[in-house]
Design a protein around this ligand. Structure first.
Ligand code: PLP
Length: 365
């Protein structure tokens, strides 16, 4: 049995893959694959509309938010966000992980040619991002602030800002990179000005990026290039150009699957259960360690852990691979191990990993 612990691209629900396989050569009796039909056709319009409606339902997205299906990965959003929202203002960043740092670095780069200021509220980089930054919102100049940017789940470091710990910044729009825990943790969308996520973890496959944006934040300026302009992309129903049709179709199937599983709250509870099994084992053992300092910040999507030495980490990864546990090696910048256990990751896989970890500990203590 193969279990895919990859952080992204990651495991997809088997039911979704089977449906894709069934429909691959003949989508809705068209005699063509969904990959071949026009994005302007009635049947594709139905695909994107249904995907959008299901996502709105799943996340209870209020009607005054637009949902955009874009390309370029979450990384393109690192630039689009300041371009669209920050001009003439101050853009604030709370940095608790490598991707938050990348988002900030892009903003700094752009601020050298565009008229805005990119401001870091601090970073935990010097402590290897082993805890979240305590965000001091009193440092945010509310009058001048365009937004405060956070990362809800730090994929590499395995930390999360859970809904109860979101920073409160009154009128300042909160912007979240939710790439690795969208639909896995239930957030109140109305607390955010903009949410974005690459699809390749909890939403489907690489090539699609979801942006959820409050309408009043849609850029009013005419000067941005069209493909970078949320307003134009929204006005065109995410079809200013040819959208990533197959990835949208697949995300639509994932949304239906999430609904069939009982919705986000239900999956969140299961994700907690899966993560708890691993953290309990780590806490009870003096062999394994979690590098995350504060238990309340531990991610339920990416469980990062180490053994007593780099050599044993390497042996663990090798033996795990042999057993069929794929991509459990920690990110190259962190080392150790990382079990990514997103929505589609089955609980049986976690049970198997727990067994394997116990055995490995016994054999290598
Ligand atoms: N943000 C987070 C939290 C991520 O985990 C990732 C990818 O792993 C990214 C951004 C970058 O996403 P993309 O590869 O879609 O640009």
């Amino acid at each position: 049995m193969i279990y895919n612990f990859g952080a992204g691209p990651s495991v997809l629900p088997k039911e979704v893959l089977k449906k894709v396989q069934e429909e691959l050569l003949d989508f809705e009796k068209s005699g063509m694959s969904v990959m071949e039909i026009s994005h302007r056709s009635k049947s594709f319009q139905e695909v994107i509309d249904e995907a959008q409606n299901n996502l709105r339902d799943l996340m209870s997205i209020p009607q005054n938010y637009k949902i955009l299906f874009l390309q370029g990965g979450a990384s393109t959003q690192f630039s689009m966000i300041p371009m669209n929202l920050a001009l003439g203002k101050k853009a604030y960043y709370a940095i608790s992980g490598a991707f938050g740092k990348k988002a900030y670095d892009e903003a700094v780069k752009l601020s050298q040619t565009l008229d805005f200021e990119a401001i870091s509220l601090g970073s935990t980089q010097s402590e290897y991002y082993n805890h979240l930054l305590k965000i001091d919102t009193s440092k945010v100049d509310e009058k001048m602030a365009a937004y405060l940017h956070i990362t809800t789940n730090n994929t590499i470091e395995g930390t999360t800002i859970f809904p109860e710990n979101l920073p409160e910044v009154n009128s300042v729009p909160l912007i979240a990179d939710m790439s690795s825990n969208i639909l896995a943790v239930d957030y109140d969308v109305s607390k955010f000005g903009l949410i974005y996520a690459g699809a390749q973890k909890n939403l489907g496959i690489a090539g699609l990026t979801i942006v959820i944006i409050r309408e009043d934040l849609l850029n009013q300026k005419e000067s941005l290039s069209s493909m970078m302009d949320y307003r134009i992309l929204a006005q065109n129903g995410s079809m200013y150009n040819t959208p990533p049709t197959f990835a949208i179709y697949l995300a639509g199937l994932v949304f239906k699957w999430v609904k069939e599983q009982g919705g986000v709250k239900k999956l969140e509870a299961i994700n907690h259960q899966k993560a708890r099994m691993l953290y309990d084992l780590i806490d009870q053992s003096d062999f394994y360690q979690s590098p995350v300092l504060n238990k309340v910040e531990r991610s339920i999507c990416n469980v990062v852990f180490t053994s007593p030495s780099k050599e044993l980490d390497a042996l663990f990864v090798q033996k795990a691979e042999e057993k069929g546990f794929k991509s459990i090696k920690g990110h190259r910048s962190v080392g150790g191990m990382r079990a990514s256990i997103y929505n589609a990751f089955p609980i049986e896989g976690v049970l198997e990993l727990v067994k394997f970890m116990k055995k490995f500990e016994e054999e290598n203590k």
